[in-house]
Design a protein around this ligand. Structure first.
Ligand code: AQP
Length: 336
């Protein structure tokens, strides 16, 4: 049993428009957790520069992600919201963890392989060590729980390995906790609307592959209308979705928003054509997302207020990380 106080940490990259996958796979679970636990929700802008970026767009995206958190219901009075680059502990601990993690461990990270493709030699070193920075994000606060989508599970497991090796190498049993990934809900991996085997992603070149949180009702309806499907009507049993990734994805999105199981959705729509189902899906998604988009627009009308929230959150985050980092420096042998 770990003696560490429960603390939730998670983050999102300001790399573009947040989409349904980010919302269902992450933010919606964060809301539930903030009712029960102390939570830190970070806008991970240092992760965002691991790929080419435009500085002006980064600043704007950082404010947009912050607005999306708050508009979705993350309450800055209850949870800490800040952007990563304002707290230097992340970079400092990441360097120390770079010296703890092994090259072989990073070579196994599938997200780097997916993002780099055949161009791994041309990728930034930062993209390669991204999971080490993520371990530092979590452990600088000794966070115990990390709500993420399915795609980030391997990175949280790496954070566990790094924590354990640090504790062993420096003879400080249980100094860092073993953070647990929390992967829950009916849509832990929302897939692209153009390809049921690829995950919905901000960086997909096709905007039609994703529903952005800021898309208006017509755009959402049009994207669902164009979404790839197969020619068969909707099946009767959930098991039949296994071989039909596009149908499975759309049913999962509906189930997540309707807060029902996939079988319950099929009971309602079995035998229907996709055109009928897609209409109902659009209506449901628009009803859930339009209040969030409206609130985001309102918040973004006052960027100074967003910056104020980020400053205050950064101060609170620094206060938690400072004693951890003082101890880390001592344990590692740095004179200060
Ligand atoms: N398709 C998805 N389904 C479920 N959850 C998802 N998440 C991302 N995509 C899906 C979850 O959202 C959180 C934040 O992710 P991120 O912005 O840090 O980076 P990512 O996982 O790399 O997301 P993207 O959209 O694919 O961004 P780009 O294209 O910039 O790399 C995480 O909890 C993630 O699991």
């Amino acid at each position: 049993m770990s003696a560490h106080e429960p603390l939730v940490f998670s983050g999102m990259q300001p790399t573009g428009n947040l989409h349904l996958g980010n919302y269902l796979g992450a933010i919606r679970n964060w809301l539930k957790l903030q009712q029960q636990y102390r939570c830190i929700y970070c806008v991970v802008d240092m992760h965002a520069i691991t790929v080419d970026h435009d500085p002006k767009a980064l600043a704007q995206a950082t404010r947009e992600v912050t607005a999306a958190y708050i508009a979705s219901g993350i309450d800055p009075k209850r949870s800490i919201i800040f952007n990563q680059s304002q707290v230097t502990a992340h970079a400092e601990l990441a360097w120390i963890f770079n010296c703890v993690a092994r090259v072989g461990w990073l070579n196994r990270m599938t997200q780097f392989k997916e993002k780099a493709g055949k161009n791994s030699e041309k990728m930034s070193v930062g993209l390669y060590t991204y999971p080490v920075l993520m371990a530092a994000d979590i452990l600088a606060y000794r966070a115990t729980h990390v709500p993420v989508g399915d795609d980030q599970k391997q990175h949280v497991e790496l954070a566990r390995d790094i924590a354990q090796k640090f504790n062993n190498d420096f003879g400080v049993a249980d100094f860092f906790p073993q953070p647990e990934p929390i992967i829950t809900g009916p849509a832990t991996r929302v897939m692209s609307l153009r390809d049921g085997t690829a995950k919905m992603s901000k960086s997909d070149a096709s905007d039609n592959s994703r529903i952005n949180l800021t898309d208006d009702a017509d755009t959402i309806a049009q994207k669902f209308r164009k979404a790839k499907t197969d020619p068969l009507p909707l099946p009767e049993a959930e098991a039949e979705l296994k071989a039909r990734p596009e149908a499975d994805n759309l049913i999962s999105i509906y189930a997540a928003f309707a807060e029902k199981g996939k079988q319950a959705v099929l009971d309602e729509f079995k035998g229907a054509q996709f055109s009928t189902f897609k209409g109902a899906l659009s209506e449901l998604v628009v009803a859930r997302l339009s209040p969030i988009a409206g609130e985001m627009r309102r918040l973004l009308g006052d960027p100074a207020e967003i910056d104020r929230i980020l400053h205050k959150g950064a101060e609170q985050a620094r206060a938690i990380a400072a004693p951890v980092m003082a101890e880390v420096r001592r344990v590692v042998g740095f004179v200060s």
